[in-house]
Design a protein around this ligand. Structure first.
Ligand code: HEM
Length: 470
């Protein structure tokens, strides 16, 4: 490692680099290396130099203060192979900029984070409550139900419709997403060890991942889009696809030929919203229920406020959000402690850069290690504890800390942040109002998660016992 690069673990092995030192869950090793080498350290994954950014100040210095340099995605074999700079999440340059701008405009016009969309989410939460009530407190793994329900919120926004919980086709597409989130961790190795690409067969599941993407696009997204195209002229429909089609038409009418806003981009953007919005939000909700059964006092702390502020006669709405501070604080603590996007999405550098006196060469992969901020002792004091009260100030108000960055910061900050936060608030408030969550047996399920692309809880059974209102 040249002397001006960030320090890191000793000699790298040929082909593997430092990969042999990393477990399936690299977080403990990264925490150890931060203590040893400081807030900016580097390692080789295969032949690829990876620079890991730790702590709020370093991540902000890179992603915000040097945004012109650190906003791009690195060129990686797998993502280049699959997305080819289409969509948002893995695109860079002018196409990413234009897609992100158009998407944000549309999402804002649809009311992301505001009342109109909230009504639809509230209706979906109502359906979810009905389905959970029907279980009559029986021990159940709620993963699939949560998956379909949270995904329905994206569907309401993007397609203007929802799907039944027992729709086998829709459940199949959600399964494909979950499978890809799991498979991509192994597939990722191909990014770092080019030799693996030449092995016969599909040992690292690249073809499987690609065929899952194709199936989702061809059998699900394209027909949904086509239906919107067919009905575009005579529809009052108020959803993402209809708005995007209008954006395409406007550009055509103005003779704009250099734009990336076209039918192909629409497919990839819709795919990104669907994939990024489904898996993450449902994971957060699954973590939440697990925390609820481990911390019954937190459930009661929220329930007491809900029953005082809005009683139990009507479901909570977004208007209650400012007053339901205990629920809001619990959403924040789940997002902090669950570490869902611990490694964020990889960033790159547009050209050689300097950070904290170290050179970050063009071609590096940059990991904003969000875990290092969300679990920083200097910021939180007792990060290991699940304690929503840390977000409540002396006057009972919500404390907003700039270090609270579960969805990253800078120009790439999660596009669905306010939508996700709105959904989580409505689910948490409503299910706590309606149920008491208990473990399936005397033994509590483990809190350790599994690292794929996201940090997800292991499957567990839970009892949702309807509360009896007097
Ligand atoms: C709890 C829920 C969620 C978490 C923890 C989360 C987290 C993240 C993180 C860490 C990133 C990477 C930011 C970076 O590169 O620095 C990201 C990007 C993104 N998220 Fe989310 N997200 C969530 C929900 C959503 C939802 C509901 C949507 C869609 C409506 C969404 C859409 C996206 C998109 C499109 C990107 C790519 C942005 C870009 O590259 O410009 N996310 N998210």
């Amino acid at each position: 490692r040249p002397a001006d690069l960030p320090p890191g673990p000793g000699p790298a092995l040929p082909l593997l680099g430092h990969l042999h030192l990393l477990d399936k869950d690299p977080r403990p090793k990264f925490r150890e290396w931060r203590r040893q080498y400081g807030d900016v350290f580097s390692l080789y994954m295969g032949g690829q130099l990876v620079v890991v950014l730790n702590g709020y100040h370093v991540i902000k210095e890179a992603l915000v203060k040097q945004a012109d340099v650190f906003t791009i995605r690195p060129s990686m074999f797998i993502t280049d192979y699959i997305t080819r700079n289409r969509g948002i999440a893995f695109a860079s340059g002018p196409a990413w900029k234009e897609q992100r701008k158009v998407c944000l405009e549309i999402l804002r016009s649809l009311g992301m984070g505001r009342a109109s969309l909230a009504d639809k989410v509230q209706q979906e939460v109502g359906q979810f409550v009905q389905a959970v009530t029907a279980l009559q407190g029986r021990p159940t793994d709620l993963t699939d139900l949560i998956g379909v329900s949270t995904s329905n919120n994206i569907c309401a926004m993007v397609f203007g419709r929802r799907f039944r919980y027992d729709d086998p086709e829709f459940t199949r597409y959600l399964y494909l997403i979950t499978e890809n989130f799991k498979l991509l961790r192994a597939t990722n190795l191909m990014n770092f060890i080019p030799l693996l690409r030449y092995l016969p067969g599909d040992l690292f599941n690249t073809e499987k991942v690609l065929s899952n993407v194709r199936e989702m696009h061809d059998s699900f997204l394209k027909p949904q889009i086509q239906q919107h195209v067919d009905e575009a002229d005579d529809t009052e429909q108020d959803d993402f696809i209809t708005s995007y089609i209008r954006q395409i038409q406007q550009r055509r009418q103005h003779g704009n030929t250099v734009t990336s806003v076209n039918e192909e981009s629409m497919l990839w953007v819709v795919s990104d919203l669907f994939v990024a919005g489904t898996e993450t939000t449902s994971t957060a909700l699954r973590w939440a229920l697990l925390y609820f059964i481990h911390y019954p006092d937190v459930q009661e702390w929220c329930y007491k406020q809900i029953s005082e502020v809005i009683t139990t006669h009507r479901p909570p709405s977004m208007h209650d959000r400012p007053e339901l501070t205990h629920v809001e604080a619990t959403v924040m603590e789940v997002l902090r402690k669950a570490d869902i996007a611990a490694m964020s999405i990889h960033h790159g550098v547009a050209h050689d850069a300097m950070l904290r006196g170290y050179r970050i060469p063009e071609g590096s992969v940059v990991v904003p290690f969000l875990d290092s901020v969300l679990n920083d002792e200097e910021v939180w004091g007792d990060p290991q504890n699940f304690r929503p009260q840390r977000f409540i100030g002396p006057q009972g108000q919500i404390v907003k800390r700039e270090e609270f960055i579960p969805m990253s910061i800078g120009r790439r900050v999660c596009l669905g942040e306010s939508f996700a936060r709105m959904q989580l608030f409505l689910y948490f408030a409503t299910v706590i109002q309606r149920f008491r969550f208990l473990p399936a047996s005397g033994e509590l399920p483990p809190m350790e998660g599994v690292m794929g692309l996201n940090h997800v809880p292991k499957p567990y059974l839970i009892r949702a016992v309807p509360r009896v209102f007097e």
